[in-house]
Ligand binder design. Sequence first.
Ligand code: TRP
Length: 328
Amino acid sequence: METVLSGIRSTGNLHIGNYFGALRNFIRMQRENNCYFFIADYHSLTTHPNPEDLKGSARQILVEYLAAGLDPDQCTLYLQSDVPEVLELYLFLNMNAYLGELERCTSFKDKVRQQPENVNAGLLTYPTLMAADILIHRADKVPVGKDQEQHLEMTRTFANRFNRMYKVDYFKEPQAYNFGENLVKIPGLDGSLKMGKSEGNAIYLRDEPAVIRKKVMRAKTDQGPTQENQEKSQEIQNLFTIMKQVSAPETYAYFDEAYNKCTIRYGDLKKQLAEDIVSCCEPIRERILELSQNEKRLDEVMDAGAEKARANARKTIRDVREIIGFRN
Ligand code: TRP
């Protein structure tokens, strides 16, 4: 069985773009693989959050991932900061990571530009911490977006360098996992190609039905088709793309045909779409509310995840210390 690992950036609520994109694939994968999913709260320190925010956002994410369907009995779900072993590996990797290569990393250069007042060493060594996250569990596959591919490449470099330095064949090269056809990209309701928090066009899993309805009814549309089988404009295509995910195939076919025959009424399309998004999100929202109240359950999940992740991490650290020449 392959080991799959993914870090979850610890900011922001989940929106339906996240859900129908990567998250649904995680939920699928947890059944067939040895999955490690963790909330990257050490990484979030680069932005200097205050203690309440740090704690709050980690919990928030945990709640939403659980509510959406990550199952702690099927995968190892944990907080990065509950596995301090990762920091020992981070230190070892930092000893063989060179200033030049860290400075050349695209994400570092972006941060220097975005926040020149806070270019800390944690930002510089973000890729070695990420490499430690991955190598501590000796993951085979890491589902990552385009923006993380360079970090994964650096992880392979650090893994190989360690092997060469100590003349061992200990770390294997983690590969990017591409969801391929399974990766659904949910567009925005404003006619743009991407739904996102920073784009300000997102429907959140925790949005109340009335909020969802309002957002959908406000979605951009066009003048309507004037000829049969006319190609759809971007804004209309976007509504259909979302509908494909949330509605019954017959519903989709019905509106598609209405569009092609120029009999469609966008108001009806939106009403239907809104109801189907609500039906999709409502059970998740209920679980979010329920879990948010259930501190005990959250603590149990975090404790169990930490224990499983640490057991595996300890083994790696033991081996690595031995290889380097430290006492165990
Ligand atoms: N850097 C990742 C992001 O911004 C989050 C992350 C941290 C991660 N450690 C990881 C992803 C390890 C995959 C593997 O999204």
